[in-house]
Write a protein that binds this ligand. Structure first.
Ligand code: ZN
Length: 389
């Protein structure tokens, strides 16, 4: 299934993917999702916030169901597995169950959440945040991409109704349990399949370092007000202070104005991603780095601890050779975290990542581990939907 979509949004030069939300690549992937649903006789629809759902069974008749899936958008120059592995595995797990003649006692759905990475509008998990009401629809509509287009304009151009964005209790009420399968994004998993215990608290902050534009040659050092220096200090401090606090901090995106090689900049805008096992330490780091900059918090996701009873059960069912699957925390954010915070019983399965590379073209999972992931997911779906063959 992943081979079907491997050319969509792929940069042939680097092998990296660029699947921004609502880009033509994303539209193609959405069509692929709907086609996969139709091929299997699943009832698919797009909710008010742009998330896709494909139902086996009818939640409006049978009550809330078990939802599995992930996302199809990518970071810029991302890998092939982050997101799509969870969506493809969800369809494959349904095929496996049906091949065994399994009849679930409650409906099962495949979900694809829109704009999980936040590559385009800066806020991650826009689809699940809108669905659960933690992202204000007015704020969402006014978010702008690098070309200056607002989400409102982009959705309108794609024939959607941005006026209808916002918390969607009707859709949410259909989700009895959510299980997201995802490629592991570090090297913490030695078994083919693992189960998530928690997601570190994490956030994104925009730092605006302001200065005065001037000539690179004629302006004496003592006359300069160069924001690039403040930015450079912040980058180095982020590393040393993060190490001191036991958290992770990254400046991965920067914009310089006016961006001339022969001029002192007037403004350097940089984005900090910070996360760690303890909220207070992440917060302390951001406060320490804030000196000399105007800092805006663009997103914050509190720590998520997945339902302990559910994860223990999932680990037992997803295990191999009678051993429960290992349980591990993750430093990566997911839609599963947003749903868990909204009170939906949620679990995550991880598929081993041999190199630990993620959010980069080198992201990889062995085909046999992906198959183990599908088998584990099918076993979890069968266990949690309580049917019999
Ligand atoms: Zn992901």
């Amino acid at each position: 299934m992943l081979a079907d979509i491997e050319q969509i949004g792929r940069n042939p030069r680097t092998g990296g993917y660029r699947r921004d939300a609502w880009s033509s690549a994303d539209m193609e992937l959405r069509e692929w999702f709907t086609h996969q649903a139709a091929k299997r006789g699943l009832t698919s629809h797009e909710d008010r916030n742009g998330n896709l759902w494909a139902w086996w069974g009818d939640p409006s008749v049978q009550g809330p169901g078990l939802v599995t899936g992930s996302h199809l958008d990518s970071v810029r120059e991302g890998g092939a597995f982050d997101g799509p592995l969870g969506v493809a595995s969800a369809f494959e797990a349904i095929d496996l169950l049906r091949g065994d003649g399994f009849q679930p006692d409650r409906p099962i759905a495949v979900a694809c959440f829109t704009d999980e990475e936040g590559a385009r509008f800066g806020v991650p998990c826009i689809g699940s945040r809108l669905l659960t009401g933690v992202l204000d629809p007015d704020r969402a509509r006014s978010l702008r991409d690098d070309q200056g287009h607002s989400l409102d304009e982009v959705l309108t151009a794609r024939g959607r109704e941005p006026g209808r964005l916002g918390r969607d209790d009707e859709t949410l009420a259909r989700v009895g349990v959510f299980v997201e399968l995802h490629v592991e994004q570090g090297r913490a998993l030695e078994a083919p399949v693992g189960v998530a215990s928690a997601i570190w608290p994490h956030g994104r902050w925009r730092f605006d370092f302001r200065g005065t534009a001037d000539h690179a040659g004629t302006t004496a050092f003592e006359d300069r007000d160069d924001p690039m220096l403040a930015y450079a200090h912040a980058v180095l401090a982020a590393r040393t202070q993060a190490e001191a606090h036991g958290v992770r901090a990254t400046f991965g995106k920067v914009r310089v104005e006016p961006n001339n090689a022969n001029a002192i900049p007037s403004l350097v805008t940089a984005w900090l991603d910070a996360r760690g096992p303890e909220t207070e330490k992440v917060r302390a780091l951001v406060t320490e780095l804030a000196a000399g900059a105007d800092v805006t918090e663009e997103s914050w996701t509190p720590e998520v601890t997945f339902d302990e009873v559910l994860r223990t059960r999932v680990a037992c069912v997803a295990g191999l050779d009678g051993h429960p699957a290992p349980i591990l925390p993750t430093a990566a954010g997911h839609d599963a975290g947003i749903l868990a915070s909204a009170g939906v019983p949620t679990a995550m399965l991880f598929v081993r990542n041999p190199t630990g590379v993620s959010h980069a073209p080198g992201e990889f999972a062995e085909p046999r581990d992906c198959v183990s992931g599908v088998i584990a997911l099918a076993a979890v779906l069968a266990d949690l939907t309580g049917g019999g063959a």
